[in-house]
Design a protein around this ligand. Structure first.
Ligand code: ADP
Length: 493
C-alpha cells in the first residue's frame, strides 16, 4: 500500500487530500482562511494563516483517515500561483503579508516598465506580458515600501517565495529554500528559454539574487517534512494550472486541458518547444520530469462560470447554476449570442475596453435563449483560445480534457465538442489539481510511471462532435462577428 498526500494551497482555502497508489481519493480535509483588502485593488493573505491552515488540514487528514506519518510515501504540493511572500531567513518571520495574484497595486509600475520599453525583452525571456499579476513587481513593491526591507534584502537576510516555496521552507523547518520551474516561470524574473533566474530582469526590478529560491523540475525530491520525528519526503511541486494539466495526464505535445470555473484556464502541452505566442497567449513551463524541459501555452478567459452566476444573481432567471442545462435545452435555435465581456476580453483579444452585449434579439427571444447563449459563450471563448494555441504551436488539438465546476453541465460539454470539432473528455476524478501534485510525488517516489499514470486516469464520459463542419463554421463566424462589435465599447471618444 502506498499513500500519497497532496497539499493543495488555493486562493480561498488550504486542502489536504489522501490518495492511494491507484490514484483514488481516500480523504479530503479543507479549511478556509481570511482574505484582506486593505485598499481598493489590494488583496493580501497572512502567510502564517496559510501555513497554519495547511498544517491543520494535514494533521486532520491523518487523524480522520487513521494513518500514521510513516505510512505516507511522499507529499506533493500544488498552490495558487504568483502570490508573493518575503521573509527573514534568520527568524522565518514574513516582512509583510503575502501579496495575492489578484492584487493590482503595482499596475502603475507595470505601465512604467512598458513605457520604458521593457515589454519585448520580458516577453521573449519569460513568455509573459508585463502585468501586476506576476510576482516580480510585487517583490519590488515590498522592497520599496516596507520599512527596512531593502537594507535587509541587500544584506542577504530576506527570502522570496511563491506559496510552494513558503510551504517547503516551513515543512523543512527552514532547511530548504526551493521552488519548481512552473512556479518560477510565473515570477517575471525567470528566463524560461535558458531555464534560470535572469540577471537582467532582476536588475530591472531591483531584486537581489540572494532572495531567490533554487529552481528544480516539478518531479524532484525537494526535501523532507519533519513531522513528529518522521521524515516524509516532498517529491512533487507544481503551480495549480500546471498541476491540473499533469493530473489530466496531458504529457504529450498537443494534449490540452481546460478548467471551467469562475473563469477558464486552458493549457496546452507544447513539449520541449518554447513557443513565444504571437496570438496573445502566455508561454509557461509545464511540469518537467527529469532533465527534459516541458513547456505549455496558456490562455485564460475572465468570465466563464461567472456568466452563469450573473444569470442567477443579476438577471435572476435561474435559481441554481445547474438549472441552466434544462432551460438551454428547451430552445432549438442558436441565433442569440451573448458576449460576456463584463471585465473586458482576455486571450486572444486583450481588449480592456470591450463590454458585455447580447446580439440577435427578436420579438420571440425569451430567457431560455439568453441562458443558452450564456452557456454557449463559454464554449465559443474556449474555441477562441484553442485556435490561438493551434496557430502558435502548429500542433492540432487531439482531445480536450476538462475539469472544474461547470463541466457537470452535459449540454455545455456537448456544445463544446460540437464547436471545437474535437472530443471532450471528462474524467472520473475531477480534482485534477490535487491529482497532478499526487502524480508528481508518486512518480518521483517510484509508485508509478508516466505510462501507468495514463492508465490510472479514467474517463467518465466522452463527448464527440455532433454537427457538420459547415454548421460549426457558420456558428463560429457569427460569434466572431459578435465579439468584434463589442471592441472598444467603453473607451472615451
Ligand atoms: P472556482 O474554482 O472558480 O470557484 P468551480 O470549479 O467551483 O469554480 O466552479 C464554479 C463555477 O461553475 C461557478 O461560476 C458556477 O456558476 C459554474 N457552474 C457550476 N455548476 C454549473 C452547471 N451545472 N452549469 C453551468 N455552470 C455551472
Amino acid at each position: 500500500m502506498a499513500y500519497i498526500v497532496a497539499l493543495d494551497q488555493g486562493t480561498t482555502s488550504s486542502r489536504a487530500i489522501l490518495f492511494n497508489e491507484k490514484g483514488s481519493i481516500l480523504g479530503i480535509q479543507q479549511k478556509e482562511f481570511p482574505q484582506y483588502f486593505p485598499h481598493s485593488g489590494w488583496v493580501e493573505h497572512d502567510p502564517q494563516e496559510i501555513w497554519n491552515t495547511q498544517f491543520e488540514v494535514f494533521k486532520a487528514l491523518l487523524k480522520v483517515s487513521e494513518i500514521s506519518p510513516e505510512d505516507i510515501t511522499a507529499i506533493g504540493i500544488t498552490n495558487q500561483r504568483e502570490t508573493t511572500v518575503v521573509w527573514d531567513r534568520r527568524t522565518g518571520e514574513p516582512v509583510y503579508k503575502a501579496i495575492v495574484w489578484q492584487d493590482k497595486r503595482t499596475s502603475d509600475y507595470c505601465e512604467q516598465l512598458k513605457s520604458d520599453g521593457h515589454e519585448a525583452i520580458i516577453r521573449s525571456k519569460t513568455g509573459l506580458v508585463i502585468d501586476s499579476y506576476f510576482s516580480g513587481t510585487k517583490i519590488h513593491w515590498m522592497l520599496e515600501n516596507v520599512k527596512g526591507a531593502r537594507e535587509l534584502a541587500e544584506a542577504g537576510h530576506l527570502c522570496f517565495g511563491t506559496i510552494d516555496t513558503w510551504l517547503v521552507w516551513r515543512l523543512t523547518k527552514g532547511e530548504v529554500h526551493a521552488t519548481d520551474y512552473t512556479n518560477a516561470s510565473r515570477t517575471m524574473m525567470y528566463n524560461i528559454v535558458e531555464n534560470r533566474w535572469d540577471e537582467e530582469l532582476l536588475k530591472m526590478l531591483n531584486v537581489p539574487a540572494s532572495m531567490l529560491p533554487e529552481a528544480h523540475p516539478s518531479s524532484y525530491h525537494f526535501g523532507d517534512f519533519d513531522y513528529e520525528g518522521v521524515k516524509i519526503p516532498i517529491m512533487g511541486i507544481a503551480g495549480d494550472q500546471q498541476a491540473a494539466l499533469f493530473g489530466q495526464a496531458c504529457f504529450e505535445p498537443g494534449d490540452a486541458k481546460n478548467t471551467y470555473g469562475t473563469g477558464c484556464f486552458m493549457l496546452m502541452n507544447t513539449g520541449n518547444q518554447c513557443e513565444i505566442s504571437k496570438s496573445g497567449l502566455l508561454t509557461t513551463m509545464a511540469c518537467s520530469v527529469g532533465d527534459e524541459l516541458t513547456y505549455a501555452l496558456e490562455g485564460s478567459i475572465f468570465i466563464a462560470g461567472a456568466a452563469i452566476q450573473w444569470l442567477r444573481d443579476a438577471l435572476r432567471v435561474i435559481d441554481d447554476a445547474s438549472d441552466s442545462e434544462y432551460f438551454a435545452t428547451q430552445v432549438d435555435t442558436n441565433d442569440v449570442y451573448l458576449v460576456p465581456a463584463f471585465a473586458g476580453l482576455g486571450a486572444p483579444y486583450w481588449d480592456q475596453y470591450s463590454r458585455g452585449a447580447i446580439f440577435g434579439l427578436t420579438r420571440d427571444t425569451g430567457k431560455n435563449h439568453i441562458i443558452k447563449a450564456a452557456l454557449q459563450s463559454i464554449a465559443y471563448q474556449t474555441r477562441d483560445v484553442k485556435s490561438a494555441m493551434e496557430q502558435d504551436s502548429g500542433i492540432a488539438l487531439n482531445t480536450l480534457m476538462v475539469d472544474g465546476g461547470a463541466t457537470a453541465n452535459d449540454y455545455l460539454m456537448q456544445f463544446q465538442s460540437d464547436i471545437l470539432g474535437t472530443e471532450v473528455d471528462r474524467p472520473e476524478i475531477t480534482e485534477s489539481t490535487a491529482l497532478g501534485a499526487a502524480y508528481l510525488a508518486g512518480l518521483t517516489a517510484g509508485v508509478w510511471t508516466l505510462e501507468e499514470i495514463k492508465k490510472v486516469r479514467k474517463t467518465e464520459r466522452k463527448f464527440t462532435p455532433n454537427i457538420s463542419k459547415s454548421e460549426r463554421d457558420k456558428l463560429y463566424k457569427n460569434w466572431q462577428k459578435a465579439v468584434e462589435r463589442t471592441f472598444n465599447w467603453s473607451k472615451e471618444e
